[in-house]
Design a binder for this molecule. Structure first.
Ligand code: SAM
Ligand code: F3S
Length: 445
């Protein structure tokens, strides 16, 4: 019997990586007929799509590789490829530390993966390509594929902000915007495959810049307007944005574009001005608060989530107290908190990592207790309300139930007919759970 060859892709890190992994699967399916599989055992090709944004994520890659090398003993024809930010940062070091790796490629060369695979098979030699050929990546990717009513669309690559703690500008390269017509074409293609909600992706989406047909420059707010005009798209999200280029035009768009979701993820990192300065974030706590105030004026009830780093070099108890105060002042709806970890090659790595690990962890705990309590209060306030949700599939645990997403990105599980999947429905919220809500369908929306 003819057995289909398979690829197993393990994704670490951010949504950009999830998006890239989807593209890798599509590429390898088109070029080598590889079917995706959920387990590394028995796969013919294994791809690790890595993240180096924090030390732990990076070390995990090398421990995973150690385990995968055992599979190569069982199957000497197994191909192991390492992509993503660790590949970009470490390059040939990966081949030295893990000589059984066959292909190393970066976030900007993932479209060359089929070719690298062929070269590996033809020459028997490991292949390495971590260059930044920019536009080529978008041009060479296969058409968008949808697996449900929501989909990611990448609108830009890289980051040019160079926050002092962050490796992304070094691993993904400088900011590079995808042309408006390409973005719109991909969104339209997705709508023909049943997509109703789009997540526009980039490290820094509001730095997006484009050119209109008449040659004039245009900005992220215009891109949002253009996506909004695609009638089959009913909800638009974006991530991640940066406070520095959060213009009044973008703020106003939240008032006049009803398809824009009522939730914005806007990383602040710290509430202390000296720390924000040392991080080179380019704004003060007051400026951040002013953005949020204006956003909420434009769209009352808007949910704001954020990223925080605790224990940045030099962070005192007073600096941390300023962060807690900012959290009290704003009232966040969900947060990602991280303890600072020095990343090789970044300016902050030259500073003394002055906050000890125990203090970092205790600050993280205090921070998350506060933001979790704020999010729980928001969840509680939703009980008894009717919410418009996009039903995106079956519930994770109770597979006979359905799962949908509210405008503010919360997940709600509820009993219902599987024919609702892919549609918007009005759901009465009846209960809150730790990470989700429960509800009952009221009507189709
Ligand atoms: N583009 C986003 C922004 O505007 O800030 C962030 C991208 S970064 C991949 C995701 C998050 O990881 C950051 O917001 C930050 O909180 C965290 N992070 C980045 N570098 C870090 C480091 N060296 N140590 C701890 N956390 C870090
Ligand atoms: Fe990193 Fe700052 Fe860019 S956190 S991704 S350098 S905005």
């Amino acid at each position: 019997m003819f057995v289909k060859k398979t690829v197993y892709i393990r994704t670490f890190g951010c949504q950009m990586n999830e998006y890239d992994s989807g593209k890798m699967a599509d590429l390898l399916q088109a070029s080598h007929g590889l079917e995706s599989t959920q387990s590394p055992e028995g796969a013919d090709v294994i791809v690790l799509n890595t993240c180096s944004v924090r030390e732990k994520a990076q070390e995990k890659v090398f421990s995973d590789l150690g385990r995968l090398s055992e599979l190569k003993v069982l199957n000497p024809n197994l191909i192991i490829a390492v992509g993503g930010c660790v590949a970009s940062q470490e390059g040939s070091v990966i081949l030295e530390r893990a000589p059984y790796v066959d292909v190393v490629f970066g976030p900007q060369t993932l479209h060359r993966l089929p070719e690298l695979l062929n070269q590996r098979l033809q020459t028997g030699l490991p292949q390495l390509d971590i260059s930044f050929p920019e536009i080529e990546k978008f041009d060479a990717l296969p058409p968008a594929r949808a697996e449900g009513p929501t989909a990611y669309v990448s609108i830009m690559e890289g980051c040019s902000k160079y926050c002092t703690f962050c490796v992304v500008p070094y691993t993904r390269g400088e900011e590079f915007s995808r042309p408006l017509s390409d973005v719109l074409r991909e969104v339209e293609e997705l709508t023909r495959k049943g997509v109703r909600e789009i997540m526009l992706l980039g490290q820094n989406v509001n730095a997006w810049q484009g050119t209109l047909d008449d040659g004039s420059d245009t900005d992220f707010a215009t891109l949002l307007e253009a996506v909004s005009e695609i009638s089959a798209i009913e909800r638009i999200r974006y991530t991640t944005s940066h406070p520095l280029e959060f213009t009044q035009r973008l703020i106003d768009a939240h008032g006049y574009l009803p398809k824009l979701a009522g939730q914005v993820h806007l990383p602040v990192q710290s509430g202390s001005d000296p720390i924000l300065g040392a991080m080179k974030r380019g704004y003060t706590a007051l400026e951040y608060k002013s953005i949020i105030r204006r956003l909420r004026e434009a769209r009352p009830g808007l949910s704001i989530s954020s990223d925080f780093i605790v224990g940045f070099p030099g962070e005192t108890e007073a600096d941390f107290a300023a962060t807690l105060k900012l959290i009290d002042d704003i009232g966040f709806d969900g947060c990602y908190g991280f303890t600072y970890s020095p990343r090789p090659g970044t300016p902050a790595a030259n500073l003394k990592d002055s906050v000890d690990e125990i203090t970092k962890l205790s600050r993280l705990k205090r921070l998350l207790e506060k933001t979790d309590a704020q999010a729980a209060a928001i969840s509680q306030s939703l009980v008894g309300s009717r919410q418009r949700v996009l039903v995106d599939g079956h519930a994770k645990r109770e597979r006979h139930e359905l799962r949908g997403r509210l405008d503010n990105a919360r997940v709600v599980n509820f009993p219902g007919d599987a024919r609702l999947i892919g549609q918007f429905a009005n759901v009465l919220i009846t209960e809150t759970a730790r990470y989700s809500l429960r509800g009952e369908v009221v009507t189709l929306s």
